[in-house]
Write a protein that binds this ligand. Structure first.
Ligand code: NAG
Ligand code: NAG
Length: 784
């Protein structure tokens, strides 16, 4: 029964996933993909290169004023220069004492190296000091760090002789996530408070306010939560209304019931000035509320795919501090399918849900319903002394009725739906998941764009923009995917500095600083730059380079919205086409040859044109050829195949010539004559050792037919190159004692030798490194 049910659900889910990937939102393959080595070649990246005995790198704090990035890891604290993470990093070793390590092991822990001090929190304390906490080998500890008045002081050290308990501030178990915010000297933390890791709470400690926490062991409040993000967001101009919002996921109370998901994403909030109750809920929050965050897609068949496992939250500030935009990253919960999605929520929608009905368990079968009875005053969730409760001084003055209602009804009935009721980004049917996200706002020539940087569990970062395609569909563009670590590891934490145009990415094993853009990668033509549709990049008349609104707008060509080079690159396109070098290639009669053409973008479609005596026409259908992603293979060549071949790429309705190849056909008889053993100019010229010609010349009488693979270009070209070499060699001899030189041969002898050999050298040695070469030439240096 149960397994049948599960199978049906799995099938439905599968169908849902298949459908959703084709409807509403269009997914796209990255236009540019760079390996770690290729990324290094762009010089727009800097891996943190100091190694010491640590792991579990986390970026815990970014200090824009001092230009420092603070990392925590196993038994270390690191302060980095945001301009250059490798410039004199300041490192503190904060180990567990041998005594504590021993005690930890005595309790049976430590099998996975957990009996160490994992640094999990760094918060600004005052102008000169930071407050930090670590797991302390299952005995959380906290202390102050002196970081001096300014970065130039190069001060970074623990305050000597001072440590205090980290209980309620940091988790015991390094596998349990915690969140914290230090506000006016009070530390608000989402943590597991006990050694066993079963008592999770939102805890307030330190500072002048009373210690307050969530109700203990009450699964209606928190049910095995995993804390993700915490931030103070004011609700009105009245400071007494200030609230703390926190994001987490938790086990569903109805889990195991079949239809409902096992994990739910939540947004919760409390008032900063909550002092707990007077008679009940003493030292407990009296303003705690939570609501569900929904992120799902509905396929054409009506089947819904839910993304419930909240993984990361990025809060994008706006002009209005009360209304930041909330970007949340989800994955499909516990599913065999790897699905990820980004949903965006507005504070207005979140507040509306908190102002709406409360959830209530009702009836004999305990269904969740909207509470319709009388709601006490002040309405639960309202802060004391706020806009609507000016007469109430403190939460201790709340009526018993209000406090008891809150205790039983912490959950809102309505969930929060994302803006437009659908995800901004969806990834299904791929073999990776997103693990972290940050968002940047970029002012381009035509508009402001939101650019998403999404870390994956395969150690890459994708740069994604989403544009309206028509009123009902959005187009998701993955501008690039770059591999950010030397050793592949999942992205753990990410931070972004728009000011410095840098992204910082950490993993279990390291940290990398990456520039937000490397415009030179897109190519050397205006059309390439335009088709890339990267809001950070524009064509400046000479190259594709970083765009800043400060630079003169007129002279910059950019079209993120449409990516239309016809409009943007008028005048530049012709130039590029003219600059495109015509390459000469030789084929041998009866043999086959490979014409290479690889457009930069996977989104481009390729068409070949053939030109002879001025007229261009589509490559004859009945002409035998094989199309591969790297070009075409022409089989059994004849003299009639000679001519000019144009490779045309079409992307986003823009057609441009990517390659022009002049094919010349060598007379089969001559080639055979040249390569026959008794008339081989190579053997007669080469030293007796026969360097470079190890094979039996007899086997060369018939030009070999290359195998049908895309990788054949190398040996094929080398072979033809050999033929040509010997051919010209022979011609030179013939010229000295002219005999049977035809006009065709003279022609080739005059210009081709140099060009051909250059091309062949290139294709053999430099083609595989094409992207890196381009970068070096463009000198796209970031933070260099
Ligand atoms: C690295 O640190 C771990 C845990 O602190 C320790 O067990 C290990 O011996 C250290 N390794 C080296 C090479 O020092
Ligand atoms: C910052 O706090 C630390 C620790 O409480 C204290 O020693 C230091 O004097 C303070 N510095 C300033 C500038 O207030």
């Amino acid at each position: 029964m149960d397994s049948a049910k599960t199978a049906t659900r799995a099938l439905l889910l599968l169908l849902g996933l298949c459908v959703c990937s084709t409807s509403g939102l269009q997914q796209s393959a990255p236009r540019i993909r760079l390996s770690f080595k290729e990324l290094l070649d762009t010089r727009a990246v800097r891996p943190f290169s100091f190694s010491f005995n640590t792991s579990d790198y986390r970026i815990l704090l970014m200090d824009q004023d001092q230009g420092r990035l603070y990392l925590g890891s196993r038994e270390y604290l690191v302060a980095l220069d945001m301009h250059n993470v490798n410039k004199e990093p300041l490192i503190i070793h904060w180990p567990t004492s041998d005594k504590r390590r021993g005690e930890c092991r005595m309790t049976g822990k430590g099998g996975q190296g957990e009996c160490a001090n994992f640094v999990r929190m760094i918060e600004p304390w005052n102008r000169t000091h930071l407050y930090t906490c670590g797991t302390g080998a299952y005995q959380p500890i906290c202390t102050f760090i002196n970081r001096g008045w300014k970065a130039e002081d190069y001060v970074f050290r623990l305050v000597p002789g001072f440590t205090e308990s980290g209980k309620g501030k940091c988790s015991y178990d390094p596998s349990q996530e915690n969140i914290a915010a230090l506000i006016d000297g009070n530390l608000y933390a989402g943590v597991h408070v006990d050694f066993m890791g079963t008592d999770a709470a939102l805890f307030r400690t330190m500072g002048g306010r009373t210690t307050v926490r969530t109700e203990q062991y009450d699964s209606k409040w928190l049910n095995e939560p995993v804390f993700i993000q915490i931030q103070q967001i004011p609700d009105s101009a009245e400071r007494n209304d200030d609230k703390l919002y926190f994001f987490f996921r938790e086990k569903s109370l109805d889990a195991g019931g079949g239809a409902s998901p096992s994990v739910l994403a939540r947004v919760g909030r409390v008032c900063l000035n909550d002092e707990g109750g007077q008679k009940s809920l003493v030292n407990r929050w009296t303003t705690f509320l939570k609501a569900r965050l929904v992120c799902s897609v509905i396929g054409d068949d009506g089947v819904e795919t839910l993304f419930d496992e909240l993984r990361d939250v990025f809060i994008q500030t706006t002009q209005d501090e009360r209304n930041p935009v909330v970007y949340a990253l989800f994955i499909t919960a516990g599913s065999v399918f790897k699905g990820s999605a980004v949903c965006v929520y507005s504070m207005a929608d979140i507040r509306n849900v908190f102002n709406g009905p409360f959830s209530h368990k009702h009836g004999h079968n305990y269904q969740w319903t909207a509470y319709t009875g009388k709601i006490p005053y002040p309405r639960p969730g309202t802060c004391p002394g706020g806009t609507f409760t000016p007469g109430i001084r403190t939460s201790k003055d709340f009526s018993d009725e209000a406090v008891n209602f809150m205790r039983a009804h912490p959950l809102m009935y309505h969930p929060v739906y994302p803006i437009h009721r659908r995800p901004l980004v969806v990834r299904t049917g791929v073999d990776y998941r997103f693990t972290a996200l940050v968002v940047d706002q970029v002012d381009a020539v035509d508009a402001r764009y939101e650019v998403l940087f999404l870390g994956t569990d395969r150690g890459t970062v994708q740069k994604v923009i989403v544009l309206p395609k028509d009123p009902s569909t959005m187009e998701e563009l993955t501008l690039e995917e770059v591999e950010v670590f030397r050793t592949r590891a999942a992205v753990k934490t990410m931070r972004i500095s728009s000011k410095r145009q840098q992204l910082y990415v950490s993993s279990e094993a390291g940290l990398t600083q990456v520039s937000l853009h490397r415009c030179g990668v897109y190519g050397r033509a205006c059309s390439d730059c335009c088709l890339a549709r990267d809001p950070y990049c524009a064509w400046d008349g000479e190259s594709c380079s970083a765009f800043t609104p400060a630079t003169k707008r007129r002279s910059r060509r950019q079209d993120v919205k449409h990516g239309d080079p016809l409009r943007q690159c008028r005048g530049f396109n012709a130039k590029v086409e003219n600059r495109l070098r015509e390459t000469v290639q030789f084929g041998v009669e009866g043999s086959s040859t490979f014409l290479e053409c690889q457009p930069r973008s996977p989104q481009a479609t390729v068409k070949w044109l053939y030109q002879r005596e001025g007229r261009r026409k589509a490559l004859n259908r009945d002409r035998e050829y094989l199309k591969t992603p790297h070009g075409i293979l022409l089989k059994s060549l004849s003299q009639s195949d000679a001519g000019l071949y144009h490779c045309l790429a079409t992307e986003n309705n823009f057609k441009h010539t990517v390659a022009r190849v002049l094919l010349r056909i060598l007379d089969r008889d001559i080639v055979l004559a040249l390569t026959s053993p008794d008339n081989d100019p190579m053997t007669s010229n080469s030293p007796p050792t026969g360097r470079g010609r190890q094979h039996d010349p007899k086997q060369q009488r018939v030009p070999p037919t290359p195998p049908f693979t895309d990788t054949l270009s190398q040996p094929e070209i080398r072979l033809i190159h050999q033929y040509c070499q010997s051919y010209w060699e022979q011609l030179r001899h013939k010229q000295q004692q002219p005999k049977r030189t035809s006009r065709r041969h003279t022609e080739s002898q005059e210009q081709e030798p140099k060009r051909t050999s250059r091309r062949h050298t290139e294709s053999q040695e430099q083609e595989p490194k094409r992207i890196s070469r381009r970068h070096t030439e463009n000198q796209e240096t970031q933070g260099g």
